[in-house]
Design a protein around this ligand. Sequence first.
Ligand code: DC
Length: 225
Amino acid sequence: MEQKSIALDGPAGAGKSTLARRAAEHFGLIYVDTGALYRCIGLHALRNGINSSDEQGVAGLLHGISIEMKHDGDGLQRMLLCGEDVTDAIRSPESSKYASDVSPMPKVRDFLLSMQREMVVKYDAIMDGRDIGTVVLPNAGLKIFITADMEKRVQRRYLELKEKNSDTVLEEVREAMLLRDKKDRERTVAPLKAADDAVLLDTTLLNLDESFEALCEIISRRFGL
Ligand code: DC
């Protein structure tokens, strides 16, 4: 089924997850947010008192970990870590930092690779992440790289976080995003980059509805829908 699946990559704040969720609903696909898998491992390490740079310590946790992904009626992806619903907990700034620190570790990436590939065996999916088109689904029927200028991405993430927590500070959001971007792009294992055959979608000058329309057009054109 991989040929009918869509790989959606790009940096944080480009609008990937919101757009992917809407597109999944529109085209009847399963939405898979792969960042949530890395976030679960980050949270598990954090809760077990493992330092986020301790590669051996994090690898040691992988044997006993259970991560499940469930989709509820409205297409929202819920994450279960060892049976507990951690959908909200994995979004905290501390958990985000841990996710970013554990995601370059080869053992973590290997561990999650088969899990991600298994998801497109049963269902046609739109899967978002950093290396979906380059590593996870190299034969995806469509690869899209969504991006936007850094400042625009900072503003979007700031507004999103501020809605949940009014104490959110713009400068801190900018600093965290700059750092995460740099790490995602410069890591040696599965760095963030567009696949050679990816279609580029720049959402800097587009609002959410316009971005969604542009995405739908790319998908419709490719699959003749
Ligand atoms: O998309 P996100 O912010 O929820 O991702 C959380 C972290 O996981 C982020 O630091 C990048 C990393 N990640 C990754 O390395 N590969 C993926 N396919 C998805 C996310």
